[in-house]
Structure formats: structure tokens, C-alpha cells
Design a binder for this molecule. Sequence first.
Ligand code: NAD
Length: 325
Amino acid sequence: MAEGLLIVGEDVCADVVSSKDAFDAVEAVFGAMARGDAYNFPVIREAIGYADALYGFKSGFDRAGKTLGVKSGGYWPGNMDKGLTNHQSTIFLFDPDTGMLQALVGGNYLTAVRTAASSSVSIAHLARPDAKVLGMVGAGHQSTFQLRAAAEQRNFEKVVAWNPHPEMLPRLAEVAEGLGLDFDAVSPEELGAEADVIITITSAFEPLLMKDWIKPGTHIACMGTDTKGKQELDPALLAAATVFTDEIAQSVSIGEAQHAIAAGLIAEADITPIGAVINGTHPGRRDAQEITLFDGTGVGLQDLAVASVAAQKAEQAGKATRAAL
Ligand code: NAD
């Protein structure tokens, strides 16, 4: 990148970073993490005692992609009433050779596409090639991004969906229909019986899907659990599945695996980084009957990877603002 600080706003990010760009960036950084070329620094997340906000930092360094930086932001529950998104974030990229600030990139759109890219990478590498029915659990802000990205990975014919708040489902139905997919609102038991691939993306604190509802051969991308105490799945389901994750340290502490680990149903050694599958050092799915499960906890390196793409593409397209500090 040339001299000076690049500023890349939310609208420009949405303009220049496609779902395919995010997929490629996230797949590459998961591979780099599993090779030991990229690592995440400890996450800071604090209740600041003001505006009920949670604020923190996710940061890391990718030596292979030469990406160093931090995503700063959090959750402001009162924002909705002000017409703003509750989740707010900004990504800062630094030159790894000099430590100088290179780019300031809006992080809200990028958080959604990098999270969707994560489950999408897991579907590409772990779902059965003949998967036809996509099950969606969750119908909030992230869910439409998840649905769109998943639809790019397999020849799905139908979406079955369930949400604890059913009034939120029509928005998801609209996206499915826009993609030419049939859409059925179903019970969670029916969802488990029909779906070949399931994405969970809720803010749940208790299991929404039970092991006995899931059919053999299903791939589950569990994306909502990113904090201690959150939970979307029956821990017995993790014991029955082959478990993959973006980062093992987060999976066992703040991811879905925290509960199965605490109950002694699985051990840390039972969890495989998805980067190992990407790099070809783990075979991934072994047969058509195996249940594969991806515990997508969300790591800072994903944010930095997509922000780096945003900065490069915005600069090439002449859409970034340049400033001197
Ligand atoms: P949102 O607020 O727009 O939607 C919340 C969803 O969870 C809705 O489907 C809602 O019906 C459901 N829900 C709310 N309270 C619930 C409860 N008590 N029990 C069960 N379901 C409940 O949120 P969003 O932006 O779509 O994010 C969804 C989840 O994904 C959040 O938990 C968020 O923290 C998480 N997330 C994870 C990553 C990651 O990288 N893994 C990234 C971004 C967001």
C-alpha cells in the first residue's frame, strides 16, 4: 500500500468486498493459523459500566498475509432505538514492518461477511457434496449473510428454518426465495430430520437442537456461541459428531464446545482446527454417515483478513479516502 492512512467506510466495504473475496481471505487465514503462520492475541472484552455496553479488542498477526491489526468495538444494546446497529466495530491495520497505522476500516459489514465466510468455508470442506436441504436456526442480522454464503457452496434446493422468535422468519424467507430456494418454516425436530446442512446463528443460552433430532451425515455450523455461557446445541451432539473449529483455545472456552468439555463428554484433543482440513493434513469428513460439526467462534484474524482485502480493493478502485496522521 502507498504512503498515508487509508480510510475505508462501511459503504465502500460493502461495495468492494464480495462474499467470494471474504471466503478466500478467511479460508487462507484459517490455513495459515493451522500452519502456525498466523496467531490471534488474547481477546479483551469488558462490560464498561456505561450504556450497558460491552467493549473490547480482537487482534492478531498473519505472517503469511503480512496483516497486523486490531478490531475494536462491541455491543451497545440501546443503539436500536437510535436507528443504529447494536454491534459496532472498526478495524485498524498496521504496517508489520514499521508499526505505522495503514488503514482504518469500517467493521460492521465486514463482521457479517467474515462470519458468513467462516461457516461457508466449513460447508465447502465438510458437508456432503450431495447436500440438498439447508436448515437455518436463527433469523437475526447475521442470518441472511449466512444463508447467502451457504447457498454458494452446495446445490441446495430448499431451506427449512426455525427461530425462537418466529415473527423474524419472513425476512429470511425473502432472501431464500430471492436465491430461488423453496422455504419452509418448521419445528426444530422437523428441521433436524430434513436438513443436510444446519447453521445455528442465535444468541441462545440453552440448547436449541438435540442430538436425537439430527440425522446421520449432517454438517452443522454452530456460529452463534461466541461468549462464555452461550449455547445452541445439546452437548451430546458434540460427543456424537466429529468436531472442527476455527481456533481450539476459543472453542473450549467461549465456543459451543465449552459445554461438552465442561461435562467431560469430549476432550480438547477431539477438536480439529479447520485449517488442518484446508491444508490437507486432516482428511475432513470420512464418510456419508458421519456428523461433522464446525464450532465457529470468530477470531480477530478473520476481521484483519477481510479488512486487508477491503483496503486493497478500495484503494485500487479509488474509493478510499487518504489522510495523514
Ligand atoms: P440478532 O440480535 O440480530 O439476532 C439474534 C438471533 O438470536 C435471533 O434469531 C433471535 O431470535 C435469537 N435469540 C435472541 N435471544 C435469544 C434467546 N435468549 N434464546 C434463543 N435465541 C435467541 O443477532 P445477530 O447479529 O444475528 O447475531 C446472532 C448471534 O451470532 C449472536 O449471538 C452473536 O454474538 C453471534 N455472532 C457470532 C459471530 C462469530 O464469529 N461466531 C460473529 C457475529 C455474531
